[in-house]
Design a binder for this molecule. Structure first.
Ligand SMILES: [Mg+2]
Length: 125
């Protein structure tokens, strides 16, 4: 358990949690399964999720968020923004889009149009 101080576009949020995830695409490796229906690779926003602990209520909150149901705010916190700063006590590992990015404190920001990406139609065999 850590105490997180998370600044999202200049607004400070403080919460306790077990895990913190920053992502952009929300892809969990299975088609149609996303960390949240709000998460989009092309919305220009990063998503920050803090899971309170490893309890059943936290697992239910994660499931609720994935299904678009408002999760229990005591079990799961979620914010979206363009510039995210995360500090914690004690320092915690940070994952982004499934990769380990480092440890808190960390600053992550959206850089629009920096990475060119070519995609194929989804109906292509
Ligand atoms: Mg996004």
């Amino acid at each position: 358990m850590a105490h997180y101080r998370i600044t999202v576009d200049g607004v400070v949020h403080e919460t306790d949690g077990k895990n913190c995830l920053i992502d952009n695409a929300g892809n969990l490796g299975m088609p149609g399964i996303s960390a949240s229906p709000l998460t989009s690779v092309n919305d220009g926003l990063l998503d920050v999720t803090v899971v309170r602990d490893n309890s059943i209520s936290s697992l239910i909150a994660i499931s609720d968020q994935m299904r678009g149901v408002e999760p229990n705010p005591d079990a799961l916190k979620h914010w979206q923004g363009r510039e995210i700063h995360i500090a914690s006590d004690p320092p915690q590992g940070i994952q982004g889009d499934g990769e380990v990015w480092g440890f808190t404190p960390i600053m992550v920001k959206v850089l629009p149009g920096v990475l060119p990406i070519m995609t194929l139609p989804t109906d292509r065999p």
